[in-house]
Ligand binder design. Structure first.
Ligand SMILES: Cc1cc2nc3c(=O)[nH]c(=O)nc-3n(C[C@H](O)[C@H](O)[C@H](O)COP(=O)(O)O)c2cc1C
Length: 340
């Protein structure tokens, strides 16, 4: 490869900007090894969830408290977690093993929303050897009595608590649903985030018309979803003093390149790897290298942020400006005929 693909993310020197994000692919060593061999420069381990930690604590409490009865409400509450996810101790052991078997940096991930004792696991993840930690605040703010300010205060408190408990770099993965995202981003950085991961992809529940049940619908992303993180990385590049990771919709080299030009330090992949296997990562990496070479870039650093909001000729194009232009330039499909 002729282009210098190195990048710096969360203070870590990475060989290139392609990082598998948390998914089932980073829950087991075999898959992680394949991702490293395919060229991943680091990886984010599948999250340890607040519910898993609390479930385990609840179980211990229940065992101590009563001669437990297997039909109790507590044990039926988390059936799927038992099947799919490993518990906190196994999670920490998984990080230790990953550190032993892989030579790329390993980022641990905790996922939750409440101000519970679960955040102390950040420290344990550090002790297990993780190079950095990603805090995924996954909060659906559905309570009409809770204000936006209170929700934001909760995020900031979580970030502060985690930051205070660890010495390794901290990335915060958030969703896009804030009234003033740029302000929130700045506050998160002031609270201690060394990096922002944009964006969490919320699973939207669906209604099954046959069973009349509400089901979580897990669908993989497509490249069409890239434009949301693209816009915000372009806006935030150079305005917050933190690393930026783009996640959601990175399926091709073109997708990764767009995020890098917008200002991402790394681009993360989950759906495309789940769907296409580890070779997709190698293809993306080769494609990024080739495009940069053909367009006379010497390095990722040179390309990074060159199309951010600050650096484009028409900065308002990342805000409202193009909205009316896009709507008015849409031509009504022919089957409607002319409207006089
Ligand atoms: C099956 C599956 C499991 C995931 N598990 C986690 C997780 O444990 N923690 C987390 O922060 N994100 C998790 N994610 C979200 C991904 O890391 C990623 O941010 C999201 O899928 C958007 O990226 P993509 O478009 O490349 O899929 C998961 C995604 C999928 C599809």
């Amino acid at each position: 490869m002729s282009v210098d693909l190195r990048t710096r993310y969360l203070g870590l020197d990475l060989a290139n900007p392609i990082v598998p994000s948390a998914s089932p692919l980073t829950a087991g060593l075999d898959h992680m090894k394949k991702l490293e061999d395919a060229g991943a420069s680091a990886l984010v381990i599948a999250s340890l969830f607040e519910e898993q930690i609390e479930h385990e604590e609840l179980e211990v409490f229940r065992m101590l408290e009563t001669a437990s009865d297997s039909t109790s409400e507590a044990s039926s509450f988390f059936p799927e977690l038992k099947d799919y996810r490993i518990g906190p101790d196994a999670y920490l052991a998984h990080i230790q093993q990953a550190k032993k078997s892989l030579s790329i940096p390993v980022i641990g991930s905790i996922n939750g929303a409440s101000e519970g004792g679960w955040v102390r696991y950040a420290k344990l993840i550090e002790e297990a050897g993780a190079d950095a930690i990603e805090l995924n605040v996954y909060l659906v703010a559905a309570d009409p009595d809770i204000t936006a300010e209170q929700v934001e205060a909760r995020y900031l408190k979580l970030v502060r608590v985690v930051k205070e408990s660890v010495n390794i770099p901290l990335a915060v993965k958030i969703g896009p649903y804030f009234s003033s995202l740029a302000h929130m981003a700045r506050q998160l950085v002031e609270a201690g985030a060394d990096g922002l991961v944009l964006f969490n992809r919320f699973m939207q529940p669906d209604i099954d018309l046959e069973t009349l049940s509400v089901d979580p619908s897990l669908q993989l992303s497509s490249s069409q979803e890239l434009t949301l993180p693209l816009r915000w990385i372009a806006i935030l590049h150079g305005t917050v003093e933190a690393s930026l990771a783009g996640t959601t919709g990175v399926h091709t080299a073109e997708d990764a390149l767009k995020l890098i030009l917008a200002g991402a330090d790394v681009t993360m992949m989950a759906s495309a790897l789940l769907h296409n296997g580890p070779d997709r990562l190698t293809e993306v990496l080769k494609g990024v290298d080739l495009w940069l070479d053909e367009h006379d870039y010497e390095s990722i650093e040179q390309a990074k942020g060159s199309m951010s909001q600050r650096n484009v000729a028409d900065p308002v194009s990342f805000e409202r400006a193009n909205y009316m232009k896009a709507l008015t330039s849409y031509s009504t499909p022919r089957q409607w005929g002319s409207d006089k």
